[in-house]
Design a protein around this ligand. Structure first.
Ligand code: PMP
Length: 417
């Protein structure tokens, strides 16, 4: 397999040519927050509006039929991407957050009762915490936490102690958006299923970067967002095992999700329409399809290999900076996420100084406040890579950090005198 030629790939991404702050080339290292789009995806969105746009599922007219066909083709494309057995298992939502909330409301309200337990991990994003806390509030269920080890892995021995016949659901991230840790999803699913628990996988940080196979995971629900994998914002996916989705009541009510409505009540539509009330994200879904085409054309294993090279290099160079502390999993076994703190410099100051030299990274708690509390930190910095990032961009990040170190040293020196 040939390595990715990132310089060549970059030419497909118009936004990466942006010059900021007068003369600084944009170095975009905030891909865990959201990624950029190649021309092919932008064009797919433009084409949709220029040539194919009408509402789906409703019209008898030619344009609506076109639009509906393309929308349903996009669903099949997602099905193939995930290795799902039927397009009925693919629900278009507005994003990973919406997908998780759908499960918490629809599956959760019916299946979770007072005294039941929900297992989450200490490394979850708020979007895979709060919907379950809300469900626990509604039902009287209890949340338990799978801890992380010193090496920032999930503590699977604790998982074994936490699982019991009370466990109704295990909700885990496939990849931590802070630590980069890649969790052993299939193994966790196997253990959870042995206790009759259902497993939801938050694949927001994995689906864009490594191949997903829902059969191999044997997961019951999988959620992710289009915007983190070069697709448009405003579209996400919920994969659900067909038997589970069949048994679940609809979450949102409205048009399209019904077979029949009378003054007395309604009868829900079949899958997948049952879970797609109202006008769905039609154009974003077509854009997502183009993003999947692009991603698979490049090859997910090449994307993962490229990110590994960047992550390894970033770790190697950043660990040489005295004032930088790296936080997260070993670079050889993690995703392309490099989280760190700088001694005596607030994360927001680090990010804003890096911005002034053109380097975009994230600062804060990254929607993982419980994890930061566990680590004893309020805020961290995070650089995150994608297929278009280069070693030179890692150099720009490191040069920026070295400058901050210098600035800090003189600043302190001056204060002392
Ligand atoms: N889970 C994880 C691990 C994430 O990183 C994110 C996005 N930061 C989400 C869920 C939520 O995704 P969205 O905001 O697109 O719904």
């Amino acid at each position: 397999e040939t390595p990715i030629d990132a310089e060549k790939i970059r030419r497909d991404f118009p936004i990466l040519e942006t010059i900021i702050h007068g003369d600084k080339r944009l170095v975009y290292l905030d891909n865990a927050a959201t990624t950029q789009r190649p021309q092919a995806v932008i064009q797919a969105v433009v084409d949709a509006y220029e040539k194919h746009y009408a509402n789906v599922h409703r019209g008898i007219h030619w344009l609506s039929e076109q639009s509906t066909n393309l929308y349903e083709e996009a669903r099949v494309r997602v099905q193939q991407f995930l290795g799902a057995s039927s397009p009925h298992e693919i629900i278009f939502t507005t994003g990973a957050t919406a997908s998780i909330n759908l499960v918490a409301r629809s599956w959760g309200d019916v299946n979770v009762k007072a005294g039941d337990e929900i297992l989450l991990t200490e490394m979850e994003h708020h979007s895979n915490i709060v919907p379950w806390q809300q469900l626990a509030e509604r039902t009287g269920a209890t949340i338990k936490w799978i801890p992380i080890t010193e090496t920032m892995q999930l503590d699977l021995a604790s998982l074994e102690h936490l699982l019991s016949s009370r466990t109704k659901l295990v909700a885990i991230t496939a990849v931590s958006n802070v630590l980069g840790t890649i969790n052993p999803v299939a193994e966790i699913v196997k253990r959870a299923h042995a206790y009759g628990a259902i497993v939801l996988v938050d694949a927001a940080q994995s689906a864009p970067h490594e191949a997903t196979d829902v059969q191999q995971w044997n997961a019951d629900f999988v959620a992710f967002s289009g915007h983190k994998m070069m697709g448009p914002s405003g579209v996400g996916i919920l994969y659900g095992r067909e038997s589970l989705l069949e048994a679940m009541p609809p979450f949102m009510g409205g048009g399209s999700m019904i077979r029949r409505v009378t003054l007395e009540g309604f009868e829900p539509a079949d899958l997948p329409d049952k879970f797609e009330a109202g006008t769905p994200p039609i154009v974003p879904a077509l854009g997502l399809r183009a993003a999947i085409d692009y991603l698979e054309q490049v090859g997910l294993s090449r994307v993962a290999a490229h990110e590994r090279v960047l992550t390894r290099y970033a770790h190697q160079r950043m660990s040489q900076l005295d004032s930088v502390t790296l936080i997260g999993s070993d670079p050889e076994i993690k995703s392309g996420i490099v989280t760190f703190v700088m001694n005596d410099v607030h994360a927001h100051d680090v990010a804003s100084r890096l911005d002034s030299v053109g380097v975009a990274i994230r600062a804060g708690h990254h929607c993982a406040m419980p994890l930061h509390k566990k680590l004893g930190l309020v805020a961290t910095n995070r650089a995150s890579f994608y297929l278009y990032n280069t070693l030179e961009e890692v150099d720009a990040l490191v040069a920026g950090l070295a400058q901050i170190h210098e600035w800090r040293a003189t600043h302190r020196g001056r204060r002392r005198t």
